[in-house]
Write a protein that binds this ligand. Structure first.
Ligand SMILES: CC(C)(COP(=O)(O)OP(=O)(O)OC[C@H]1O[C@@H](n2cnc3c(N)ncnc32)[C@H](O)[C@@H]1OP(=O)(O)O)[C@@H](O)C(=O)NCCC(=O)NCCS
Length: 151
């Protein structure tokens, strides 16, 4: 059954979509917090798609490329590394259209997260996540597929 137009569910959906009605990319300066308090290092390798939403205290190292496609959401306190000096890995990271990354998640070099996929909070993403998938854990594993009408 569909909720009636003045129900709380409908109001919530309207508020969520309104959030991006006048979306503008923030000013991004190398190693400095944006007005939303996320940081990109090596901005030359960073591509920000339209209507992306990145939570506070997320850190992105784009030395080898970080591409965020349109409508990507990243929670707060995430780390996205295109280079990891601790284990000497490097590679472009790509978060494809409409994927969502839960808070406190770490994404390692070379990873692609597929279109419409959801990565649960506090995950360690060590390898590619296919499109339309729900994945979580340390390391992140696909636990189910997401039907398009539920996304
Ligand atoms: C991954 C997620 C989307 C799953 O939501 P859901 O489908 O409603 O899942 P449920 O709460 O029903 O949990 C299902 C099972 O997965 C487990 N689970 C859920 N999220 C998990 C996570 N991030 N890590 C590990 N296990 C997780 C639950 O413990 C539960 O296990 P059980 O079946 O053994 O009891 C959600 O838990 C999540 O992590 N969302 C991110 C939210 C976030 O970070 N928001 C802030 C940014 S806006």
């Amino acid at each position: 059954m569909r909720p009636c137009p003045d129900s709380p569910e409908i109001r919530e959906i309207v508020i969520m979509s309104d959030r991006f009605a006048h979306w503008e990319p923030p000013k991004i300066e190398d190693g400095k917090p944006t007005k939303y308090n996320w940081i990109v290092q090596c901005t030359d390798g960073f591509v920000l798609g339209r209507r992306t939403d990145i939570g506070a205290f997320t850190y992105i190292n784009a030395k080898h490329g970080v591409i965020l496609e349109e409508d990507v959401q990243i929670g707060s306190h995430c780390s996205v590394y295109s280079v990891s000096t601790i284990d000497d890995k490097a590679g472009r990271v790509r978060l494809k259209k409409n994927c969502r990354i839960g808070s406190h998640t770490v994404i390692l070099p070379g990873v692609t997260v597929g279109e419409n996929s959801v990565v649960g909070a506090m995950s360690l993403v060590t390898c590619d996540i296919p499109p339309d998938s729900l994945a979580y854990g340390v390391p992140a594993r696909v636990v189910s597929s997401l039907p398009r009408d539920k996304q």
